[in-house]
Design a protein around this ligand. Structure first.
Ligand code: NAD
Length: 327
């Protein structure tokens, strides 16, 4: 039996990961400060004797000291594995530079330091495809080894999120290169789930708007933007696949995405069709700077090294959301 320590355990990737790990017989210590989630996403897990959940903040030293004590107490004969899912993620918070830096960079660094000091076996660092910034697509998808062109403070504060995540990839690489721990970083692209507290990611947002009134208001960017979408079932399967593939835990970076690209306008039409709404009204307002028109990741690396591939199609994912919303 392995012991997992998961930050952001109530979030989209954290809650599904905890569920899967408990189902396969592991111990999980999870925490979240409910910045962007609520206890409802993990309610079904709270009765488990192998799930230990706390309302902790990754930035609070006292909380992290308590966590450390508990990890020492509960350490099993199996592996000790840290997964850092806590982050300031939602789109509007990209622009809160200080908060983003505190949680996403300093929080990650101290969580990694804790894992190293407790001699954890593995650390998985959740990074983001936002690091590709203005070079987010090319034929066959952008690869982990591609050079990137970052929008910066001259253009938009948005990239503070990507710049912070990029820095965490260096911390990860360094820790593995110095043989302090094994692990890697993952660059997820557009994760969504059926039970987001705030319907801010585009799929829950569209479904929510359709449910409320049938009309969907999009940013001007959405007239041209196209995206792929990754269900949280698949994002956490990717993390599990990496953990089971020791050779992959070399400190490097893995793209995790689907290749089912769709324009945002077609996405609204698809959601509406599946919800039984014909010809949804679409309006446009507002513009987001430094928003790439497309984001296509090449996922050969994780597929070749772990055998992972996405399992939830876009239509299946939308259906799951509709069922959860009792549309
Ligand atoms: N959702 C996406 O599209 C996406 C894309 C790329 C990368 N990622 C990365 O994947 C990881 C998991 O994200 P997710 O999709 O599950 O997002 P999420 O927002 O659902 O989960 C993040 C969780 O972290 C918690 N959190 C925030 N600040 C915290 C703090 N100070 N202390 C403790 N918990 C805190 C939030 O309350 C939330 O539950 C994150 O590192 C994120 O940056 C997400």
């Amino acid at each position: 039996m392995d012991l997992y320590v998961i930050s952001g355990a109530a979030g989209m990737t954290g809650n599904e990961l905890s569920r899967k790990l408990l189902a396969s017989g592991n111990l999980v210590i999870g925490f979240d400060n409910f910045f962007a989630s609520s206890v409802s996403t993990i309610e079904d897990l709270l009765d488990s004797e192998r799930f230990f959940f706390h309302e902790y903040d990754i930035n609070k030293k006292e909380d992290m000291r308590c966590l450390e004590q508990e990890v020492l107490q509960r350490k099993t004969g199996g592996r000790l594995i840290y997964v850092n899912c806590a982050a300031v993620v939602h789109t509007e918070h990209f622009y809160h530079v200080s908060r983003t830096f505190e949680t996403n960079v300093l929080g990650m660094k101290s969580f990694l330091d804790q894992a190293v000091s407790l001699q954890a076996d593995i650390f998985i660092n959740c990074s983001t495809s936002e690091v590709y910034s203005m070079n987010s697509w090319k034929e066959q998808g952008v690869r982990e080894s591609d050079y990137i062109t970052l929008a910066h403070a001259e253009h938009s504060q948005r990239t503070s999120y990507a710049a912070g995540k990029l820095l965490t990839e260096f911390f990860m690489k360094d820790a593995v290169a110095e043989k302090r721990i094994k692990g890697c970083s993952v660059r997820f692209a557009n994760v969504y789930s059926k039970n987001e507290l705030y319907p801010k990611h585009i799929i829950p947002y569209i479904l929510n708007q359709l449910k409320e009134g049938g009309s969907v208001q999009l940013l001007e960017n959405s007239r041209v933007n196209r995206r792929t979408f990754l269900h949280n079932e698949d994002s956490c399967q990717a993390v599990l696949a990496l953990i089971q593939s020791e050779d992959a835990l070399d400190g490097s970076v893995y793209n995790v995405a689907t290749n089912e690209e769709i324009s945002i306008i077609s996405l609204v039409k698809l959601c509406a069709k599946m919800a039984g709404i014909e010809n949804p009204e679409i309006t446009f307002s507002g513009y987001r700077e430094s928003d790439p028109e497309r984001r296509i990741l090449n996922t050969d690396k994780i597929r070749e090294r772990t055998g992972w591939k996405p399992a939830v199609s876009l239509e299946q994912g939308i259906r799951m959301c509709l069922e959860e919303m009792k549309f």
